[in-house]
Design a protein around this ligand. Sequence first.
Ligand code: BGC
Length: 763
Amino acid sequence: MPSPTADPSWLSVEDGANPAREREIESLFAIGNGYFGMRASLVEGARFSHPSTFVAGIFVADGVMGPRRAVLPDWSHFEVEVEQERLSLGVGRVLAHRRQLDLRQGILWREWRQQDPSGRITRLTYFQLASLADRHVLLQSVAITAENYAGRIRFTGRLCPSDMAGTDVEQIDAVSGSLLMSVPGKDIGIATASELQSLPASVPPRHESGPDGREEQWSWEVTLGQTVRLNRIFTIFTSRDVASPATTARDHVASIRAHGFRALAAAHLEAWRRRWEEAEVRIMGDDVAQRALRFATYHLIAAANSADEHVSVGARGLTGEAYRGHVFWDTEVYMLPFYLLTAPPTARALLMYRYHTLGGARRKAREQGFDGALYAWESADTGNEATPRRAVLPDGRIVTILTGEQEHHISADVAYAVWQYWRASGDDTFMLEAGAEILVETARFWASRAQAEPDGRAHIRQVIGPDEYHETVDDNAFTNAMAIFNLETAADAMEILQRKRVADWPRLCTHIHLAREEPARWRALAGALVTGFDPATKLFEQFAGYHQLDEVDVVTQRGCATPIDTCLGPERIRRSKAIKQADVVALSALLWEKWPTAVHEANFRYYEPRTAHGSSLSPAFYALVAARLGDRALALAYFRQAAEIDLANNMGNAAGGVHMGALGALWQAAVFGVAGLRMCENGIVLDPHLLPGWAEMAFPLQWRGRLLHVHLNADPRRIEVIVEKGDELTVAVLEGPACSARGGQRVVSRGNGSGWANWEVGQ
Ligand code: BGC
């Protein structure tokens, strides 16, 4: 049976029980496997706890507010009674209470010693996991010890609350240990089945199922000091996956039962071991950063499912209800690089979600009077725009939300991700089947969206850029530069595919209705679009007119509990230069190669003091760019700020789920910023700037079928790359000579990277 990882650096630990923090702990300690996720609620329930299970892709219609990811019942719920006295944190004395999220093994542990009002001390220890080896399986193992008494212990397990309170589903049927539910207004069935086994055989249980099959009770007469254990196997299927979820859920329990609980747990541990092997970033010398990266990696692994190309990762993953389970640019821009370099099939599945939702994107473009594909700013199951049109502020005021209508950069962000995936994977099949169509349809959108004007240039007016404090602006630099990227790469992709895939080319052209002159038109438009760049100052003006706005003191305001947009109010913030999040600086993070370092430096120094970091996405991108600029102290400060978004709840909203984009961006800050990794045509380039205190850093990555291990030392400076498998590629240190290495070789550069030594691995 599993036991908690011995090395404490792999554990997130919460001692005691603090009602005020409970919702936050539920998010941070959530378990998941990309198919489903469960918040880490107290199984026995509590007034302050909010148990929820989510299945990726299951949404409920929520009136004018549009789709919201459905909250499903908490299948892990159980209660324990000792001599008819129910164990509860609020009754008697809590002698010990500890929850641990085991990041290495993907397991939630809880240990609880409770003294009831009659003086009986019961120890309850349990773990639960969402299997990464079989995504339809959840395991729970509960041990109950009568520490200082002999008597009757009763366990009541329930598949759902009696009235489905707190959930979005309706019960259709319940037969012993299995439950069939539906989502109101949707043609979706969800089924779960469960089976329990009592141990040890020497303590015979009494077992009864409740009249409606949703509840079962187990009781034992225990002697002093005796422990009883229940192992519970759950399965879950929906009509999205199989024709008959109820039968499949039951049959699946029956078929996996034969393997035994231990073997099921072992398969899960092995799956996590492999994922960590592919994804672990190791930092020597900075335990805080190490822990933060492990936490980020854990949630990134737990959020995505390579086997389902009809779902994507929402802004809060499967850990909470904030943002209604919707998918934003967070996925393509902030999370996808992690999957791209550690689990390419997952990156592919996430992009296929955008392919399958092209219909919604085409509809949205048409509705706004444009061609091609304009992706939903907030996307759910269909790809239709899901951004609510209004929101109620905490003070009761109703505000109109314009992002759904105006935040158009999303289309270029998706195109950017397609291009990155193709470059890093070399997956031509994906391009031919899906990627090319996304690139072309998004390029067509920009071709109709941008307008040629009398100044001889093309403009994109009335948008919202990443900085959402300023709405309805003209020529947002980020939007325009990303549109240029989209237009140029669509044209490049057509050229490459025409040359490289001669046999497939005619079919592709027919399928995407490519007109011969289109790529040239895209290039011409890309050349005509304004970017707001001023060669004299090297600054991009964030949008037309930004430089005329009022200066406000953003830096002083950062320390205040109230965010600057609330303090200033919408009118003043609009007239000010205060920006919500990385906007021009996000361009530096994404398109570094496009401009010289001096341009990045100028823009970073200009926008940094004006950025309020009102979005969780912002600090890690500032860390990334600061590290690339070699400002290691500032990079570390931003890295810490990004790391604390969930771990210290420094934005105060972790209760709604962990911030998946920020977690992905933290990984990028380490790999693209600190290690300075760039991908080029023939291989990789590194430009390490290890942060203060970071003695060593190591990470694996996958690039076009090669598996690499990068190991960096700060002092003396040393870069080592092991090519574990794959064909030859080039490895270079920025501005130094490149060397070649193939599978089974190890290359090392010391000092300034002016020379490389190449050995066979093992030498
Ligand atoms: C940010 C967006 C982000 C969204 C979801 C907003 O506050 O401004 O950039 O996509 O949150 O994380």
